[in-house]
Design a protein around this ligand. Structure first.
Ligand SMILES: [Zn+2]
Length: 75
């Protein structure tokens, strides 16, 4: 599913693909490169807070793992 996220900093709209109706994890604005932690429910943005580089890296690793496991489940 593709959702559109509007960056609070620069108001750029970014397309973002999520596996489920609910997503929580890292998001990076393609335009201003700002890093966020977001929580989505459907196309509603519930939480959006700024992240530091380190925290973003960690969350991104987690997200990769989650996607990997999800993929393995489906095979
Ligand atoms: Zn931005």
């Amino acid at each position: 599913m593709l959702v559109t996220i509007t960056c609070p900093e620069c108001k750029a709209e970014g397309r973002f693909s999520v596996l489920d109706q609910v997503y929580d994890g890292p998001y990076k604005c393609w335009k201003c490169r700002q890093l966020y932690y977001i929580e989505l429910e459907g196309s509603d943005l519930k939480t959006c807070r700024l992240l530091g580089d380190e925290e973003f890296e960690k969350l991104q690793q987690l997200e990769k793992l989650k996607r990997k496991f999800k993929k393995d489940d489906e095979e």
